[in-house]
Design a binder for this molecule. Structure first.
Ligand SMILES: C[S@@+](CC[C@H](N)C(=O)[O-])C[C@H]1O[C@@H](n2cnc3c(N)ncnc32)[C@H](O)[C@@H]1O
Length: 405
């Protein structure tokens, strides 16, 4: 009995030591996987998303169904009740994408984010830390300007980054904007980066994998420079889709270890995988010139968008299953390269989602691609979160100390 009480106390103490975190626009849980990978002692006290299917996936993987509804309806009082120390937000990016109309704050999809920012100014206890993810282009928007004004008004100090998985050894080009904000008296470990937009992870990751991109165009800096330090795409492929030669290559390079998950996506529904992932010759004939073709040995592929698989132009790379990287030049036609789409599991691997991540069986292939396309790179977000939560010692916590021992 005594033992039992002791254990309970330990458990309670552990819970007490957690940061209380809110995850807005939770989707399929990219932020939550990043928190896990970062090893943050935090508890997601609530997640919020309007999308039913995204919430199914989140619940399937985390055992908790996010609050389903429009974030816009949340009041300062509602938000205060969560007593959260940190807010993680990845609002819709369509208002700011280069391909879109760039309606910015006039786009209805921007309203919930603007509303939640404004709510912060009216809260009794605004969060102590904030993390925002969006597309490149957000940093020049009106919404961004408004965000910075609100944050400054309630005593936040900020650091901003534009980073891509290519800078973290992952052969995947997905540059994204990130804002890290801490409310005074909390401070960043590296305050010399306050009020700057940086294109390098060096302030928080001074290691061989990251390379300075200061002065780049925001699209990934010097691609060739990154390519040499990235793993080959083959490491992210489902091994049961590899050809005999490619499997030999894997065995030669990595012994018998299987790097990517060989499992199907949870439901076991897609047995004739080759058929559903191969690119139809008619599509190759029509759009071949616009296709981004990569090989298993390639060390870079393009960003997968939510329209991948529905469209081939500009939505993500296609994988050549015959020949090698030199074949692109030698092959008389793209059709000979045996092009196929990356599978959802492979896209998840390139997003650095853990092998335990699965889709519930009722989600369709298109829904899986759409949800993944909206999600984020855990390889990039995890170290950013680690940096955000570091140096936030309890002695500096002004008012919300009751949950932190
Ligand atoms: C860019 S995605 C974020 C995805 C998420 N970070 C992930 O890892 O999957 C934006 C998400 O916000 C949700 N969303 C958009 N507007 C919303 C609103 N007004 N209220 C609640 N959720 C919203 C969408 O359903 C979508 O899942």
């Amino acid at each position: 009995m005594e033992m039992q009480t002791e254990t309970e106390m330990e458990v309670e103490e552990k819970i007490c030591r957690c940061w209380r975190i809110l995850e807005f626009y939770s989707g399929i849980g990219g932020m939550r996987y990043s928190l896990l990978r970062a090893g943050i002692r935090g508890r997601v006290v609530e997640a919020f998303d309007i999308n039913n299917i995204a919430n199914d996936v989140y619940e399937h993987n985390f055992g908790h169904r996010p609050f389903q509804g429009n974030i816009q309806i949340l009041t300062p009082l509602d938000l205060d009740k969560y007593e959260a120390h940190a807010w993680l937000l990845s609002p819709p990016c369509q208002p700011y994408t280069r391909q879109g109309l760039q309606k910015d704050s006039a786009d209805a999809r921007a309203l919930s984010f603007i509303k939640i920012l404004e709510n912060m100014s009216h809260m009794m206890q605004p969060p102590l830390m904030l993390f925002v993810e969006n597309v490149v282009g957000f940093e020049t928007s009106n919404t961004h300007k408004h965000m910075m004004e609100v944050l400054a008004g309630i005593g936040f100090v900020t650091q901003e980054y534009i980073l891509s998985p290519l800078q973290f050894g992952v052969p995947y080009s997905r540059p994204r904007y990130f804002c890290l904000a801490k409310r005074k008296p909390l401070s960043f470990r590296n305050p010399s980066c306050n009020n700057l937009i940086l294109r390098t992870p060096s302030p928080f990751m001074p290691s061989k994998n990251n390379q300075s991109t200061d002065g780049s165009d925001g699209n990934d800096g010097n691609q060739e420079e990154f390519n040499s330090s990235c793993e080959p795409i083959i490491n992210f492929l489902e091994t049961h889709f590899l050809t005999g030669n490619q499997q030999e290559y894997m065995t030669f390079r990595f012994g018998t270890e299987v790097v990517s998950s060989p499992a199907d996506d949870g439901g076991g529904t897609y047995k004739n995988a080759w058929d559903i992932y191969s690119v139809a010759p008619s599509l190759i004939e029509r759009w071949g010139n616009a296709m981004d073709v990569v090989f298993p040995e390639s060390r870079r592929c393009c960003c997968f968008t939510k329209s991948y698989y529905r469209y081939v132009k500009g939505t993500g790379s296609l994988l050549a299953t015959s020949g090698d990287i030199n074949s692109r030049l030698e092959a008389p036609s793209l059709i000979e390269l045996g092009l196929r789409f990356f599978t959802p599991r492979e896209v998840a691997n390139l997003h650095s989602f853990p092998a335990e991540f699965h889709f519930p069986s009722h989600t369709s292939l298109r829904q899986r691609y759409a949800l993944l396309g909206n999600s984020m790179s855990v390889a990039v977000v995890a170290p950013l979160l680690q940096y955000l939560f570091s140096e936030s010692t309890t002695s500096k916590i002004p008012t919300l100390s009751k949950d932190i021992c």
